[in-house]
Ligand binder design. Structure first.
Ligand code: G1P
Length: 288
């Protein structure tokens, strides 16, 4: 059994980068190939040994939790119309973990969103997954972070390499590279100017952190954009103990943008039963 059992998934944002698609549908429910983006993220969590999924949500976004709930009417219609496998899928998905929703009443930042999950975390270490960072394929990205934590102890952040010019979009880390995929981290800074970025390693939306982060976030002043920034809290946590960085091997997609959603859908479609038809359609579209 994995030592990390709970994940907090902040999902309270408006999805402005995905307007107009996200105007009345939570961006986390927009499809990637055949299922909502959030289901791929939850599948990664479950494949990594997670048993409790805590969505930090907001007004108008309860349909995220509904997606993981039982649906007696739909299940009985599916059963009566010869689609038992689909009915079973809904029931199995609901039983696969405890799904919990906590509302973030005010948009006070990512650090605040994580703090909202505190009442549901009983263990010393827990995971945070940002659903805009989508990892598809094996091994599950979060599972790789958990394996490193189990081997070496301490906190683990997911990393990916970016162009220096992109540092304004990410939390950027300082530290020592100890192998192709691993770093020992000393510090991190949220969205620095390119000339001030300590490296080209960006924090991606996968975190394994000690629960003392909650005390840090509670006492923290507002940072960039007037928000309680998760990276500012991590920075203080890194001063207290061991911090690793790991570049997951699975393919990463930005599901918070229309282009990223489309590319992820194509990538997943090309691995599916529809692959041949999709290849044919792409050839037709690109040859004209
Ligand atoms: C957030 C974090 C940032 C991280 C990024 C990963 O930024 O604040 O440190 O690098 O997610 O996607 P956001 O994308 O919410 O601006």
């Amino acid at each position: 059994m994995s030592s990390i059992r709970s994940v907090i998934i902040p999902a309270a944002g408006w999805g402005t980068r995905l307007l107009p698609a996200s105007q009345s549908v939570p961006k986390e429910l927009l499809p990637i190939y055949d299922r909502p983006a959030i289901e791929w993220v939850v599948e990664e969590a479950l494949a990594s040994g997670i048993e409790r999924v805590i969505f930090i949500s907001a007004r108008g976004k309860s349909s995220i939790l509904d997606h993981f709930d039982r649906h007696p009417l739909l299940e009985s219609i599916l059963q009566r119309s010869g689609h038992e496998a689909w009915a079973q899928r809904i029931a199995d998905r609901n039983r696969s973990a405890d799904f919990i929703e906590i509302r973030q009443g005010e948009a006070l930042g990512l650090g605040h969103a994580v703090l909202c999950g505190e009442p549901c975390i009983q263990e010393e270490y827990f995971a945070v997954m940002l659903p805009d960072d989508l990892y598809l394929g094996e091994p599950p990205a979060l599972g790789e972070l958990i394996a490193l934590h189990e081997e070496k102890g301490g906190c683990v952040l997911g990393l990916h390499t970016v162009e220096r010019q992109q540092s304004r979009q990410y939390g950027m880390v300082a530290g020592e590279q100890i192998s192709a995929h691993q770093w020992r981290l000393e510090d991190m800074v949220e969205k620095p100017q390119p000339e001030e970025s300590p490296s080209c390693q960006a924090i991606t939306g996968r975190y394994l952190v000690h629960r003392s982060l909650f005390d840090i976030l509670r006492s923290q002043n507002r940072g960039a954009l007037g928000e309680i920034q998760l990276t500012d809290g991590l920075r203080r946590l890194a001063q207290e103990g061991l911090f690793h960085g790991l570049v997951p091997r699975a393919a990463r997609f930005d599901s918070g943008s229309a282009l990223g959603l489309l590319i992820a859908s194509l990538a997943q479609g090309l691995k599916s039963k529809d692959a041949a038809a999709l290849r044919h359609a792409i050839e037709e579209l690109t040859s004209s």
